[in-house]
Design a protein around this ligand. Structure first.
Ligand SMILES: Nc1ncnc2c1ncn2[C@@H]1O[C@H](COP(=O)(O)OP(=O)(O)O)[C@@H](O)[C@H]1O
Ligand SMILES: [Mg+2]
Length: 240
């Protein structure tokens, strides 16, 4: 194991395999994955449908556990953590953005963004209203903050989801095909917005996509095919 990589990396994946039982057969969605991701980078997990992107992101986000191998977040093996610690990680270290936005229809834009601050296992300080308004402004929705999700376009809904993913000041944001339900122009605008915010806040963004046009915006591309890494490269052209 590369200890150096582990110390510097915000996320490290070592020998990760994932098997889903399917009746009497086994589906090996990931067949031995290794990589390190650096803090503050804008990272794309690229690959066609069925290559294992969602499976991999679910492991990085501690929504599921590997069949073999280990995921390290900030140098800590997620295998070594108990359920409460995993829950805390999911609330405090990691933000999520979903393909289908997953907004709460009865809440306004502002309430949707605030929502993660109101739930969780620990007693919390009162939500920071200025921070919520700053995030809504950063995603360009100040004029829409009292509107409900069904009054917004798809691109606007995904902007709400981006603001919501950042409200806990996570160090890592995970987005599983955040542009899959958007037209290509809106999708490119959403990726540009995520990249700008990632650099402004120093947040590590990891997004999956099967769209080559938005892969090109990433600082670091990990391409997977049939559950193995087939490319691991930086925008500078360096192959890892
Ligand atoms: N819950 C599951 N049970 C069985 N097979 C699954 C399950 N989830 C995913 N798979 C299979 O694992 C492989 C990778 O799927 P997935 O991670 O969803 O890929 P992607 O997100 O790149 O489309 C596919 O062959 C898929 O059919
Ligand atoms: Mg998927």
């Amino acid at each position: 194991m590369n200890r150096n990589g582990l110390e510097k990396a915000v996320v490290s994946v070592r020998g990760v395999k994932k098997m889903y039982p399917l009746g009497k057969t086994e589906v090996w969605a990931l067949r031995g994955i290794d990589f390190d991701l650096s803090r503050g980078d804008f990272i794309s997990i690229a690959g066609p449908s069925g290559s294992g992107k969602t499976t991999l992101l679910n492991l990085l986000g501690c929504l599921d556990t590997p069949t073999e191998g280990e995921v390290f977040l900030e140098g800590v093996s997620t295998r070594s953590l108990g359920d409460d610690q995993i829950t805390d990680l999911r609330h405090q270290v990691i933000g999520f953005i979903f393909q289908s936005f997953n907004l709460i229809p009865v809440l306004s834009v502002r309430e949707n963004v605030e929502f993660p601050l109101l739930i969780g296992t620990r007693r919390r300080p009162a939500p920071d209203q200025q921070w919520i308004d700053h995030l809504i402004e950063a995603v360009g929705l100040s004029d829409w903050r009292l509107h409900k999700p069904n009054e917004l376009s798809g691109g606007q809904r995904q902007r709400v989801a981006i603001a919501r993913s950042l409200v806990n000041r996570p160090r890592i944001v995970i987005a599983d095909e955040p542009t899959a339900n958007l037209d290509s122009k809106t999708g490119e605008a959403i990726i540009d917005l995520m990249k700008r915010i990632s650099h402004e806040l120093g947040t590590t963004f990891i997004f999956s996509t099967h769209d080559q046009r938005i892969v090109d915006v990433a600082d670091h591309v990990i391409r997977i095919l049939d559950g193995v890494v087939v490319e691991n490269s930086l925008a500078s052209g360096v192959m890892l």
